[in-house]
Design a protein around this ligand. Structure first.
Ligand code: GLV
Length: 317
């Protein structure tokens, strides 16, 4: 049986299956392993099943035991793994696409609504029972029938578009390449950020973190958005420059922001916490039972394929 280091607990359903197929080295306390622990614990392993919070950069990959042949990432995003360094060392890297598309698109809509309809302030007022109904109590920005810009029109971006159509929104998007009409479903393509942002009364960030997208919302580009825009990020924290965003939220350029992901999470820029026009979640994009079981199954499928000498269907390097 191949030996697999499993860096965090999986749901019971996944763990049972994994234990039948592999000699799994579990982290029963479910603590976040340090880099040194990852290297040490995987010394006698053939593969690693890790989560997005485990970083495998060039240096760490260089220190892994030669016995490690696959890193199966339990996430669709794999910016935590240096795939080129892994490839150079003959290590396959896989992710878990598709199974989390719906749950993450749902969270994008929640972020857009939570931010635009002032859910954080609403919750606080309701809890404190000190509010009086009035015609101007916590007036939000109505999402229905407005323009939505989607940054990154992959599976998740397209699922956000599908949902937003139910709100009567006009969909605009930017992507590395224009989609075919059958995937576009009438969405309007913008080949550059400036032109997309100019239309984005609401903006949903659904792109992976790559050298092209890191810091994409910055002091300069935020200016391209209409005044009073609403932004939601369910992708990766580093797409947004926090200082520039905080400044824009303070000035009213940005009406409200919804965040599920953060630069250096679980840490958050302290300045954000002083703002009322922010709706926050702790990286819950894929956090439903059905999705998490799907992700576990997908990671296990990839390990199974790999050790049966098949190219895993989700291999990314
Ligand atoms: C979650 O952030 C994922 O990439 O799956």
């Amino acid at each position: 049986m191949k030996k697999i280091l499993v860096t965090r607990n999986l749901l019971e359903e996944n763990e049972k299956r994994l234990l039948k197929l592999f000699d799994a080295k579990l982290n029963k306390e479910d603590v976040v392993l340090t880099t040194d622990q990852l290297i040490e614990l995987s010394k006698d392993c053939d593969g690693i099943l890790c989560v997005g919070g485990n970083k495998f950069d060039k240096e760490i990959i260089g220190k892994l035991s030669p016995s490690v042949k696959i890193i199966a990432n339990y996430a669709v995003g794999y910016n935590n793994v240096d795939t080129n360094s892994a490839k150079a060392r003959g290590i396959a890297v896989t992710n878990t696409p598709e199974v989390l598309t719906d749950s993450t698109a749902d969270i994008s809509i929640l972020l857009l609504l939570g931010a635009s309809r002032r859910a954080y302030e609403g919750r606080k007022a309701a809890e404190q029972q000190n509010w009086t109904w009035s015609t101007n109590l916590l007036l939000g920005k109505q999402m229905s029938n407005r323009k939505l810009g989607i940054l990154g029109m992959g599976r998740i971006g397209r699922a956000v578009a599908q949902r937003a159509k139910g709100f009567g929104m006009e969909i605009h998007y930017h992507n590395r390449s224009k989609l075919s009409p059958d995937l576009e479903h009438g969405a309007i393509y913008h080949s550059d950020i400036k032109s997309l942002f100019a239309q984005s009364e609401f903006l949903s960030i659904n792109c992976p973190a790559t050298p092209d997208t890191i810091n994409l919302l910055n002091e300069e580009t935020i200016k391209y958005l209409p005044d009073g825009a609403v932004v939601a990020n369910a992708a990766r924290g580093d797409v947004i420059n926090d200082d520039a965003m905080i400044k824009a939220m303070k000035s009213g350029k940005i009406f409200a922001l919804g965040l599920d992901v953060y630069n250096g999470e679980p840490k958050i820029n302290e300045e954000y916490l002083k703002l009322h026009n922010l709706f926050l979640l702790p990286h819950l994009g894929s956090a439903t039972k059905v999705t998490r079981i799907g992700m576990g199954d997908r990671a296990i499928d990839n390990l199974e394929d790999f050790f049966s000498n098949k190219r895993p269907k989700d291999q990314v390097n």
